[in-house]
Design a protein around this ligand. Structure first.
Ligand code: HEC
Length: 109
């Protein structure tokens, strides 16, 4: 019985943790403090302010992390990369992971 209760608790706290991560990711994505992302990509990542800006909501987490790291490390130099090189300056690896989780989740409420 104790084991079952413990497992139940572990599941609940795991999902609470996952929710908390999505919330943190959203805050980082929306926050104008570090520059934010929504100003260019829109709240869900899919309403860019300019038609030539890409839609990024719903891409896979790994893809998003890789693109953000590439801009940050100055490895991606295509198209309109300059705004992204500047935008990614202030984010840590953990910030990037959380933002990618938020965007990949499709959970934009
Ligand atoms: C000043 C406007 C601007 C801001 C602010 C901005 N972006 Fe971007 N973003 C762009 C543009 C323009 C591109 C396309 C760049 C290119 O051609 O490589 C882009 C590309 C991307 C891509 C790659 C999309 C793909 O399909 O490969 C990702 C991921 C991304 N942005 C995430 C973010 C995140 C996360 C933030 C906030 C930390 C952010 N952007 C802030 C304008 C912006």
């Amino acid at each position: 019985m104790k084991v079952i209760l413990w497992m139940l608790f572990a599941c609940i706290s795991y999902s609470a943790l996952a929710d908390a991560e999505l919330e943190l990711g959203k805050q980082l994505y929306m926050s104008p403090g570090k520059g934010g992302c929504a100003t260019c990509h829109g709240e869900t990542g899919n309403e860019p302010v300019m038609p030539m800006y890409p839609k990024i909501g719903g891409q896979t987490e790994m893809y998003l992390v890789n693109q953000m790291k590439d801009y940050q490390l100055k490895k991606r130099k295509n198209g309109l990369f300059m705004s992204m090189e500047i935008a990614m300056k202030h984010y840590s690896d953990e910030d990037i992971r959380l933002i990618a989780r938020y965007l990949a989740s499709g959970n934009f409420k």
